[in-house]
Write a protein that binds this ligand. Structure first.
Ligand code: EPU
Length: 433
């Protein structure tokens, strides 16, 4: 673990925590008894060079141990802190491992499984501790557990993300930038934002899961995706401990996709996410079902952001099973994106096939429609089945194992492929398959 590293200026009280190759936190003295904290992001050459020089630790800089750094830090009181949920470099670690922990209840699917050891982490320092401790064991990060199916026990370390908190960092009277801990519940955050009048996420109400998982698969619903309101995220590198920022470009967002599912898969732990919201955000009500729902409630004139959220919640509740009642992980499959030629072939046999335009002249088919028309909607096989109001969702009626759910998923995939010539792909992460 190369980060964080602690430095001090010779002959001056300033303290530095180098959090990664491009990120330094500085404690600057104010009067005799106080610190002001600054975050420095090295986004260009001179500042990048400055971090490199601090790292080298040559005069006029000296290297401190974490204990030495804490001793000096505690001599003064922090009065202003440009900080964010969980970001206290070198904070004392209170987390510990729980051996042979049941992790089924931490997932919304609820398939029975254990982790060899499990730790809840609530700060960056605890994340780094968990990354270094028992390092010979493989590591898995669990957020809200709403997008995983456990196929068997996890024979390694499981880190349950619990960094929480909401902090506004910019506000020009209309636009707001807010940082949210990766361990906060997505839906609670959306509701909190609406309470504050920070708008733009209302169409994403009631999506199960955590804030930290939201950019990973670029969650989306009713015409809005997380990328539309994403500002940046911070993540800790699993091997070096470096804290780095990812802007939207570096995240490479796609349909239920990001760099964290591709080139950077399993390399980072997302610790917080910043959003750009807007008091006067335009309303997204063009998605058919929303408009109908608003009209049925007489809310189609002077509609508020809160009303859009309530319409979305009502639609979701009418179609999707509540994970607290019946285990599920939302859409089990992605909507397949096919070429125009494949689409035309399917449409000639099935003129009513549900579809949407996709980037690059391609066509996105509704997997729910394909599964439904193939006859699987409401099908039940022992402990698991296909939801009776939304064929895209597989459900655990109680006691289902990952293997049982997967056997059903494979049968559906094979049947849809045989009938329509399209191979479905799971959207839910399969652990231990
Ligand atoms: N359809 C059927 N039968 C079904 C389900 C759907 O015929 O059992 C048809 C519908 O009539 C409609 C089309 O398929 O014409 C699309 O259905 P819907 O609008 O319900 O959306 P979806 O494509 O099934 C996607 C997301 C959902 C998201 C909704 C709303 C994916 C994989 N799923 O579902 O996301 O809530 O749109 O925007 O992209 C999730 O990711 O977990 C999730 C629930």
């Amino acid at each position: 673990m190369d980060y964080p590293q602690f430095r001090k200026l010779e002959g001056a009280p300033n303290l530095y925590a180098i959090e990664g190759p491009k990120h330094v936190t500085e404690w600057q003295p104010l009067g005799t008894g106080k610190w002001v904290v600054h975050q420095h992001y090295a986004s260009d050459y001179p500042r990048y060079q400055w971090v490199t020089e601090l790292l080298q630790g040559d005069e006029p800089v000296c290297t401190l141990t974490v204990e030495g750094w804490h001793r000096l830090l505690n001599e003064r009181e922090v009065v202003s802190e440009e900080t964010a949920p969980g970001r206290i470099p070198g904070a004392p670690v209170q987390a510990s491992w729980k051996d042979e922990a049941a992790v089924g209840p931490l997932t919304t699917f609820g398939a029975t499984a254990h982790a060899h050891c499990l730790a809840e982490v609530a700060t960056d320092a605890e994340v780094r501790w968990a990354l270094q401790d028992r390092a010979a064991l493989p590591l898995m990060v669990l957020g809200g557990g709403s997008n995983v199916l456990m196929h068997r026990d996890w024979k390694g370390r499981m880190l349950h993300m619990n960094i929480r908190g909401v902090q506004k960092i910019a506000d020009d009277g209309n636009a707001i930038e807010v940082v949210v801990g990766a361990g906060d519940s997505w839906h609670d955050w959306v509701m909190h934002a609406l309470d504050e009048g920070w708008n733009g996420l209302e169409n994403l109400a009631l999506i199960p899961g955590s804030v930290g998982a939201s950019p990973m698969q670029n969650i989306g619903a009713y015409g809005v995706e997380v990328k539309d309101r994403f500002a940046w995220l911070e993540a800790i590198h699993r091997e070096t401990g470096a804290l780095e920022r990812f802007d939207a470009e570096r995240c490479a967002f796609g349909y239920r996709d990001s760099v964290f599912k591709q080139a950077e898969k399993d390399k980072w732990v997302i610790v917080r996410v910043a959003f750009r919201l807007d008091r006067s955000a335009p309303l997204n009500t063009q998605y058919g079902a929303i408009q109908t729902e608003l009209e049925s409630r007489g809310w189609d004139r002077g509609t508020t952001h809160r009303q859009v959220a309530e319409a979305v919640m009502a639609i979701r509740q009418s179609k999707l099973p509540d994970p607290s009642e019946v285990g599920n992980a939302g859409s089990f499959f992605k909507n397949p994106v096919v070429s125009q030629a494949v689409f035309e072939r399917i449409q000639s046999d099935h003129p009513e096939v549900a579809h949407y335009p996709a980037p690059g002249g391609k066509v996105k088919l509704a997997a729910g429609w394909l599964i439904d028309r193939a006859g699987w909607k409401g099908y039940r096989r022992g402990t698991c089945g296909v939801h009776d109001r939304q064929a895209l969702v597989l459900v655990n009626y109680g006691g289902a194992t990952g293997a049982e759910v997967w056997a059903l998923a494979l049968d559906i995939m094979e049947d849809v492929e045989a009938k329509y010539g399209v191979r479905l792909e799971p959207e839910v992460n399969q652990v231990g398959l």
